[in-house]
Design a binder for this molecule. Structure first.
Ligand code: DGJ
Length: 703
């Protein structure tokens, strides 16, 4: 709810309050929800800004930097209009959150030039996340060059915040890092044209009053800045990266920065729940938003490029027998693609590998009782391709220079509308020909040699993203029934921009259960489990060369959307029977596992895991991962979360006869001993891996 109260505007969400003083451009309060009778005047004027402009304020980091129409390098933005809009205005050409809620629009004008800064704050009725965005309008008669426009600025009171970031690299995405900022500037950012494996745009500032989470609805270069003056306040800036950014705004033109989101919560569990619920309700959209996702078998780690129609049909037969529902044909089905050196852009099928062609292969797979899904990497081009031979100018490269290759490939220049249209045509053609129910959209390199004819260098990165969003918006509209899964060499583009179009994303190329524990824990801080693709793969694992028991691989994958990615035909009868049981259990409990409220559970230092709880807390499934077991160790213990403290539950350890009853309060506050771990580890003889337990928790009928 948004209300004006004298000089102040009060924005309330179900559990938080943000108070703004628009005239001063200040945030007076942000945190736990305040009572209705609050008076704010004594708290105003502390100088905690919601925007600042280079050239008119102290410190080094500001939300706006521009070469103004009067030839100067600053602007004096004064409040010229403030209004509450009944609906959230659409953000032109960019992904953004949606839903019922009011929006505060604040317009600040620079009187000498008539250049205006617009800030938007949206509060959704059912969410504790506030969406914030900024636009710059050139009302002058001369061009303006915009050098930075951050989407969100908020100055948090005090110093010494612990800044949480989610970092790593390929096959090691989103590991949580925490640094304390007592003074100076800390920047989390990426600059090579995608949100990246290495630094996710989601960040958290943890202070003594609680946690403030921030994220950006964008998939390109991003920047999250924390500047602490050492005593009084810590500035947070969230937005598109201004690295090499230089955008010309002609008279009458506007520039919209991507949307940012922020959320206050008193503790980590509440922040996770609030962020996850927001993404599920206000970011993910379309037919698959709340629909149970199919259990898939993907052939990548099972065959890589080396497959024939016969091999694929054998794999599908084994998958069907195990109860799986969707077959995904990964890389290698098109052009002459037997390795990663050629054919990107030639989306014609290779009959040697698909038998009679994609349409007949897809039909045969459907006859076997599985839906058909397909892999593409639409933004890329191989130099060894018919597409490159016909249209070398479609590639992203600088005339007269040899471009850098990554994974032997170049990128397409999506800033060019002809290229955008080519992608829409080629993806549409593949989906129509194959009747695919699912598309995995991959992206296996970062941008280099950025150049587009007629595109100013300082505008390139963002123009690429606008082209990308135009393409995916058209495709998801044209194919509303297709389940799209985002992917970028694993989890390199796991962000809210992608999730506005694709309801799920391949979390990481690392399918090792031990590595996935950390990757999925980090990812689930900001993104719900229904967005995270998670597959059971072969052992030894192809990325870490470690073994993990099949049960642990399954349990960990249940923390996301379950799939399998291994050659089922090479498994023993016993392993196949175990997988059949896993799939059947998963399908029976899929609604809870994919759409329940997921909480992290705690316990002894070597114990971690998650619990997914039904909305009414009548049922839950918990996965407890035991990361280290050594001889002569006292019983490790676990504490559950998210249950109803006054209910009594029956707890069954899945796959065993172990069963007990206990109150929700004891399950969450007590220390449940995990017995016989050492024996279990010995029996499963896993090397270097984890063991895990799964619990089915059901509320007992009232006695
Ligand atoms: C990277 C993806 O993350 C993998 O799952 C697989 O699709 C390969 N690309 C195929 O080239």
């Amino acid at each position: 709810m948004i209300r004006k109260k004298g000089q102040f505007v009060r924005i309330d969400t179900p559990h938080t309050t943000l108070v703004l003083d628009p005239e001063r451009g200040e945030a007076v309060y942000y945190g736990e929800k305040l009572g209705a009778a609050c008076e704010f005047a004594a708290f105003a004027g502390a100088g905690r800004r919601i925007f600042t402009v280079f050239g008119r304020a102290g410190g080094t980091e500001h939300s706006v930097a521009l070469y103004n129409a009067d030839g100067g390098t600053t602007a004096d933005f004064r409040l010229s209009r403030s209004r509450i809009l009944a609906e959230k205005p659409a953000l032109p050409d960019l992904p953004s959150s949606y839903g019922e809620g009011k929006t505060l629009e604040l317009r600040y004008t620079d009187a000498p030039t008539k250049v205006a800064l617009l800030l938007y704050f949206t509060a959704f009725e059912d969410s504790d996340v506030i969406a914030v965005s900024a636009q710059l309008c050139n009302g002058s008669k001369k061009p303006v060059r915009l050098r930075r426009l951050m989407s969100l600025q908020i100055d948090l009171p005090g110093a010494g915040y612990r800044v949480h970031t989610f970092e790593g690299g390929w096959a090691r995405e989103r590991h949580e890092e925490v640094r304390r900022l007592d003074s100076g500037v800390f920047v989390n950012q990426w600059t090579t044209g995608y949100s990246s494996h290495a630094r996710n745009p989601f960040v958290v500032a943890e202070g003594d009053r609680g946690l403030f989470g921030f994220n950006l609805v964008y998939s390109g270069n991003h920047k999250e800045v924390f500047e602490c003056d050492g005593i009084l306040s810590t500035r947070v800036l969230i937005g598109m990266n201004d690295f090499l950014f230089d955008w010309e705004l002609l008279p009458g033109e506007s520039f919209a920065a991507p949307e940012a989101v922020m959320c206050y919560a008193p503790d980590e569990d509440a922040l996770r729940s609030r962020m996850q619920a927001f993404v599920s309700e206000h970011i993910v959209r379309g037919k698959w938003k709340k629909r149970e996702r199919p259990v898939l078998i993907n052939n990548w780690e099972g065959t890589y490029f080396d497959f024939t129609e016969e091999k694929l049909l054998d794999l599908c037969a084994a998958a069907k027998e195990a109860g799986m529902e969707l077959f995904v044909l990964d890389d290698g089905w098109f052009g002459k693609r037997d390795s990663d050196t050629c054919s990107l852009g030639d989306w014609q099928d290779n009959p040697e590998k698909t038998g009679g062609g994609l349409d007949s292969l897809a039909a045969k797979i459907r006859e076997q009782g599985l839906a058909f899904g397909i892999w593409m990497e639409p933004e890329m081009i191989s130099e060894d391709s018919d597409l490159y031979r016909a249209h070398p100018n479609y590639a992203m490269k600088i005339p007269g220079r040899v471009p850098e290759r990554q994974r032997n490939q170049l990128m397409l220049n999506l800033a060019d509308e002809r290229v955008q249209n080519f992608i829409v045509r080629s993806v549409s053609d593949v989906l129509t020909r194959s009747g695919a129910a699912y598309l995995k959209w991959d992206f296996n390199r970062s941008m280099s040699d950025c150049f587009g004819k007629g595109v100013a260098a300082g505008e390139y990165f963002h123009r690429y993203m606008l082209g990308y969003y135009r393409v995916v918006a058209k495709l998801v509209k044209k194919f509303p029934n297709v389940l799209f899964e985002g992917c970028a060499g694993g989890g390199g583009r796991f962000d809210l921009g992608i999730l506005c179009y694709f309801p799920q994303i391949w979390t990481s190329d690392d399918t090792d259960a031990r590595m996935r524990v950390d990757i999925q824990r980090g990812t689930s801080y900001a993104y719900p489990q229904s967005t995270m693709g998670a597959h059971v793969s072969a052992c030894p694992n192809h990325q870490t060369f470690d073994d993990n028991p099949l049960s642990a691989r399954f349990h960990v994958a249940c923390g996301g959307v379950l799939g399998y990615e291994l050659d089922l035909t090479k498994l023993s009868a016993e392993e196949r029977a175990q997988i059949k049981e896993q799939v059947s259990f998963y399908k029976e409990n899929r609604k809870l596992l994919q759409f329940g409220e997921q909480h992290r559970i705690s316990g002894s230092p070597a114990v971690e895991g998650f619990i997914t709880v039904a909305k009414d807390a009548s049922a839950a499934i918990a996965v407890v991962n035991i990361l280290q077991v050594v001889p002569s160790q006292p019983d490790l213990f676990v504490r559950f979360a998210g249950l109803n403290p006054s209910a009594v539950y029956e707890v069954t350890q899945v796959g065993t006869d172990e069963r007990f009853t206990a109150g929700g309060d004891l399950l969450m506050k007590g220390c449940l001993p995990l017995r016989s771990l050492w024996l279990e580890k010995r029996d499963k003889s896993c090397s270097g891996g984890i063991i895990s337990r799964m619990y089915l928790i059901k509320k007992c009928k009232a006695r």
